[in-house]
Design a binder for this molecule. Structure first.
Ligand code: PLP
Length: 696
């Protein structure tokens, strides 16, 4: 691997476009679909295997390798033919008709804009491409994403010698991300001017490609901005403006979380300009075409601003552009408009500007309504299965359900995967456990070496764990309500469970605590200190820097995925869905989606599904229940083997989980529901002319 200066963005450095075939490589590297499709993996591995293994980022590989290397691989006719085939397949796929076009050939729905402003780009691209982006692309639903490109990416985690978290904020170099500057036809970089009192903030626009769909990103690192504004990306109403500048007129806006709520104001303003109507009418007309999803069920999760800030930054905008008073503006974000102390709540603005919302949190706004009649609906999240399955899981599902497995009906999937034999299922699981152990050893030894551990410890890490031992995984954000230390309630009992010589258990922990969350960081240290106690080290490891690449390896290899939040705080808990396709089982608090899934024969449930507050007594009771469940059910079932060394009851549970839950918690189902229940009706309500037929 070249250790020389890394090439930065194509804007500043010439890419070797003159090399014949380079443009095809760039086309493949810039399509984020490759992150789950894996068809191009071998291409990047051939260019620079070491850099590819570490980064899994085709665009970085392509920009880093020497021109000679690119020229020589492209000169190989076999390599070249493969590239041409991949490009042709990609283009054919983009032009083919998908589920949406087949199911609703007459649909007048041309564009749904999905606003998701809150995540950082380094996570945004994988999240978007792993979630809505990929699925919309697979299904052909006409979605564009709108988000932000932050200069400082999400923090990375290292553990120091004492096992304490160090937060690192690497600079987010757009040149290392698969995004390109969005240009006008004349070649000028597309920039938006956001006028604020006394000065302007300029936003630059970028685009990422995920199969058929695009993700537009705004950032404020523009040379024309004050230095203080170059580090932030001001969200305000830039998203809707960007779409207007591109000539995109979405019929439906899907606002994800309250942070995106200002888009409803700008959408209404744009309607006012077109129609000459008042703001009130404009909001009433456009709100039917806005859909809002919230993920928190607790008031503390709301995004709120001091009224004075809203007045300062949006007061003039409200008066001059929307034609409403500051009082009216503030009322949109308040429960009681006459309480001057009440903060401006972005979620309230979003619900008032939207036709449909998800349930639970808005009851205070509808005091006189019974909960069932509050005008909000609910779509359970799902995960993009092809993003999380291992190559071996992919083979297994293909073998059982055929090549188009993720596009067919859920009933077929369930039926077909049930026919797989116990022997085959168990072989598949055993192989997955082995791969995870190899990965964990390699990753832990690198992590220890980087933290300055002694050579013996680094060497010891290379031999930790056993491939055939029951492996539990626990990876979360270390927020206190997730109760990452529930298992540590009685350290002695945990140690006895883990180190039983007949039926040993190994545990992999990972997770970051917010840099400002001292309590969360203390939980991490509780684990690292526990691990140092004699005896625990060979049974428990803490892998640092939990990110999507680590998630992928964990969910593909663990036997059981643990989830122990305090009810009712869990927002989405999607990580447990990622193990389903890989045959892992969930042991979870009966919360969020697990409560919906409610399939005891497909996993294990902790707690009784009721809310008990957050007293220490409750934690003690649930910790006890967790140990009992592990000791009396999970561990014996795993080690109870027949004469062929197969745990029949375990395999039956795996089969049930794979067959029933995988299709149910796939994002394909979620996107179909959004489309059928919200996008199409929102469009129909707007035009008043068109109603949806049967769609599911
Ligand atoms: C899936 C995922 C999450 C969300 O998981 P939860 O179950 O909600 O905790 C968080 N972080 C990463 C890196 C993930 O891959």
């Amino acid at each position: 691997m070249s250790k020389q200066k890394r090439v930065s963005h194509p804007l500043y450095n010439l890419l070797p476009m003159e090399i014949e075939g380079f443009d095809s490589l760039a086309e493949l590297a810039l399509d984020m679909r490759s992150s789950w499709n894996h068809a191009t993996d071998e291409v990047w591995r051939q260019l620079d295997s070491e850099l590819w293994e570490i980064t899994q980022n085709p665009w970085v590989v392509l920009q880093t390798v020497a021109r000679d290397r690119i020229e020589s691989v492209l000169a190989d006719p076999v390599f070249r033919k493969n590239i041409d085939d991949l490009v042709r397949t990609r283009r054919q796929l983009l032009e083919s008709t998908a589920w949406f076009q087949q199911t609703c050939p007459q649909s007048p729905l041309n564009c749904v804009a999905y606003f998701n402003m809150e995540f950082m780009l380094s996570e945004a691209l994988p999240i978007y491409s792993g979630g809505l982006g990929n699925v919309a692309s697979d299904l052909g639903v006409p979605v564009v994403g709108v988000g932000l490109l932050y200069q400082q990416g999400y923090f990375r985690q290292a553990l120091d010698k004492d096992g304490a978290q160090q937060a690192l904020f690497p600079y987010n170099d757009p040149g290392q991300l698969p995004v390109t500057p969005l240009r006008q036809e004349n070649g000028e970089w597309l920039r938006l001017e956001i006028a604020l009192p006394g000065y302007s903030v300029w936003l630059r626009a970028w685009v990422a490609q995920v199969g058929r769909v695009k993700l537009y990103l705004l950032d404020s690192n523009d040379a024309a901005n004050f230095p203080a504004h170059r580090g932030i990306t001001s969200e305000l109403y830039g998203g809707w403006r960007l779409l207007s500048a591109l000539g995109i007129q979405p019929e439906v806006c899907h606002l994800n979380k309250g942070h995106t709520a200002f888009a409803v104001l700008e959408r209404a303003r744009s309607f006012m300009l077109d129609s000459g109507q008042s703001f009130e009418v404009a909001l009433a007309v456009t709100r039917a075409g806005n859909h809002f999803t919230a993920h928190t069920s607790v008031a503390a999760g709301f995004d709120r601003f001091a009224p004075v800030l809203i007045e300062q930054f949006l007061g003039a905008y409200a008066e001059q552009k929307l034609g409403i008073t500051r009082y009216d503006l503030l009322s949109l974000g308040r429960q009681n408009p006459d309480d001057p102390a009440e903060l401006f709540n972005m979620d309230y603005l979003a619900i008032r500007g939207s036709g449909a919302v998800s349930r639970h949190i808005f009851l205070p706004l509808f005091p006189q309504w019974p909960q069932d009649e509050v005008p909000v609906g609910h779509v359970t999240n799902g995960v993009h299965m092809p993003s999380w399955d291992s190559a071996q899981a992919d083979d297994l599902w293909t073998e059982a359900c055929g090549k188009d497995r993720w596009l067919g009906s859920t009933e077929n999937l369930e039926h077909n995967i049930r026919r797989i034999s116990d022997v085959r299922l168990w072989q598949f699981r055993s192989d997955a456990g082995k791969s995870l152990v190899e990965y964990a050893r390699e990753r832990l030894s690198r992590q220890l070496a980087a933290s300055g551990a002694f050579a013996e410890a680094v060497e010891e890490a290379k031999h930790l764990f056993e491939p055939n031992t029951l492996t539990l995984g626990f990876a979360r954000r270390f927020a206190t309500y997730k109760r990452s230390n529930l298992l540590l309630h009685d350290p002695g009992r945990l140690l006895r469970l883990l180190s039983n010589s007949e039926r040993p258990v190994q545990l992999i922990i990972a997770g970051k605590a917010h840099p400002d969350d001292q309590a969360g960081q203390a939980l991490i240290q509780e684990w690292t200190h526990f691990i140092r106690r004699s005896g625990a080290r060979s049974h428990v490891i803490f892998l640092s820097d939990y990110d999507m690449l680590l998630t992928e390896r964990l969910v593909q290899g663990v036997d059981v995925w643990l989830n122990t939040p305090r009810r009712p705080w869990e927002a989405c808990g999607t990580s447990g869905m990622k193990v389903l396709v890989n045959g892992g089982l969930n042991l979870s608090e009966l919360d969020s989606w697990r409560a919906e899934a409610c399939a005891p024969e497909a996993g294990w449930a902790l707690g009784d599904g009721l809310e008990h507050g957050d007293g220490p007594d409750r934690d003690a009771i649930e910790a006890e229940a967790l140990y009992n469940l592990l000791e009396h059910e999970v561990i014996p079932e795993f080690y109870n083997r027949d004469e062929n060394n197969i745990p029949r009851a375990w395999v039956a549970r795996m089969r049930e989980s794979m067959a029933r839950l995988t299709p149910q918690f796939s994002s394909k189902r979620a996107v179909r529901e959004y489309t059928g229940q919200y996008y199409l009706p929102a469009k129909a309500q707007q035009t008043g002319k068109w109603s949806i037929g049967s769609i599911a």
